[in-house]
Write a protein that binds this ligand. Structure first.
Ligand code: URA
Length: 432
């Protein structure tokens, strides 16, 4: 029998837990045998004292043991790859990556989340497609992976229930932004879902959890190490989230952009991230190819139309209509004109995410409804030269009042100057 108060005290005083005792704390919490207030106090002690690698592994393992697990390799007789993003603004990467990887003959099975606050969620984006179901049973998920090669679904309640409970507690006790807790939360879900190789896209900057490259590197290293110690292959991409990814922010708008990218007509930064992630996933797959060959095959799948065909097969398999004309359009569209000639020095990702949230594209609390049609298209990105009156962006809103408010907010997110900012691409670093 563990005594939670003693473990809280041990952590508060900077001690290291016995892995078995830490595991029992988490499993007892998942069984409702430890109250929220004790776990909250423990999380706050971890905020100040951290967790060792052994403790982080014990926590991750206990979270996985709190529910069911999948072994996709055994179920499919194939090596399955997965990707995960730590979340950002305009991040529809999985929706383009899945079909490209599948078109190259590698199954990609993924459990995704919903958006909260200024960041969007893949499930909300997919649900802007009429008819599309994200709640698949495990049997349906596996069958679709086998037949179509790609499945992106909501996490089942049986997978890592301890994380669901702990995350909800952390969300309201100022204990979300703790690196070992984020790392074990993300990796427990990835490991339980059964992929053998995982590409992690760790976002860095104003619109991300991790504001600096150094912070993001620490999170990436901890996630990679958890995965490697659990016998999985992991590559971490550290990518720019100082400005929105691509142009589109908002659910249906992002589906259009993902589809355009699959036709070879996507924005440069988004296309680069998608192709890079695909190349690395293919290099981890059982095709036996390296990253350069993975890149060539990903580019070929876009060029020859097979990626778009895989997208249409996938969306139909989940009950959706892949025709872009089926996506709902917002009734009001208003441009955001540049107030002066200049170069875009900055486009604050978080501010654009919050502006889209205000339009109704996201949710402030878990139960808020989402308006799939609204959002923002950012035409001008960092480094672009504009003339006064050019459209920096376009707001898609439900009514004129919401549009006018959003135009002000998007304008405030742009910083125009006389000189171009330092150049860097979307990919800031790679950890293998
Ligand atoms: N995403 C997760 O799944 N867990 C965290 O703790 C933070 C982000």
């Amino acid at each position: 029998m563990i005594r939670p108060a003693e473990l809280i005290e041990e952590k508060r005083n900077g001690g290291e837990h016995d892995p078995a005792e830490l595991a029992e704390l988490i499993l007892a919490y998942a069984r409702d045998e430890v109250p929220d207030y004790q776990l909250a106090a423990w999380c706050m002690a971890v905020y100040f004292r951290g967790l060792s690698a052994a403790e982080t592994d014990a926590l991750t393992d206990a979270m996985i043991r709190s529910g069911e697990t999948l072994d996709l390799g055994v179920l499919l007789g194939r090596k399955v790859v997965d990707k995960h993003s730590t979340g950002g603004v305009g991040d529809k990467t999985s929706i383009a990556v899945g079909p490209i990887v599948a078109a190259c003959g590698v199954p990609l099975g993924k459990m995704s989340g919903r958006g909260l606050g200024h960041t969007g969620g893949t499930l909300d984006k997919l649900e802007s497609i009429p008819g599309l179901r994200v709640e698949l049973s495990t049997e349906e998920f596996v069958a679709q992976l086998r037949d179509v090669g790609v499945a992106i679904v909501g996490q089942t309640a049986d997978l890592v229930p301890a994380d669901k409970k702990l995350y909800a507690l952390r969300d309201v006790t100022a204990t979300v932004d703790i690196v070992p807790l984020i790392a074990s939360s993300i990796m427990s879900k990835k490991l339980a879902a059964g992929a053998e190789a995982i590409v992690l896209d760790v976002k860095v900057g104003d619109g991300a959890f991790m504001r600096t490259l150094d912070e993001a590197r620490v999170l990436a290293e901890q996630m990679r190490d958890i995965g490697v110690r659990a016998g999985r292959e992991v590559t971490c991409l550290l990518t720019d989230m100082d400005q929105p990814l691509g142009r589109a922010v908002g659910n249906a708008l992002e589906i259009h952009e993902a589809r355009d990218t699959l036709r070879g007509d996507g924005p440069e930064d988004f296309t680069e991230l998608v192709l890079d992630a695909c190349a690395r996933l293919l290099a981890h797959s059982d095709l036996g190819i390296d990253v350069d060959e993975g890149r060539r095959r990903a580019e070929a799948a876009v060029a020859d139309g097979s990626a778009l065909e895989a997208y249409e097969r996938w969306i139909r398999a989940q009950g959706g209509d892949p025709d872009p004309a089926a996506l709902e359009q917002a009734p009001v569209r208003v441009p955001v004109p540049a107030p002066r000639d200049g170069v875009v020095r900055r486009l604050a990702a978080r501010a654009v995410g919050l502006a889209a949230l205000e339009l109704g594209a996201g949710r402030r609390t878990k139960t808020d409804p989402v308006d799939h049609a609204v959002g923002v298209l950012c035409f001008a990105k960092r480094g672009d030269t504009v003339l006064a009156g050019d459209d920096l962006a376009e707001v898609h809103a439900r009514d004129d009042e919401a549009a006018a408010r959003c135009v002000e907010e998007v304008l405030a997110a742009y910083e125009l100057g006389d000189h171009a900012p330092p150049e860097h691409g979307i990919l800031l670093d790679v950890l293998v």
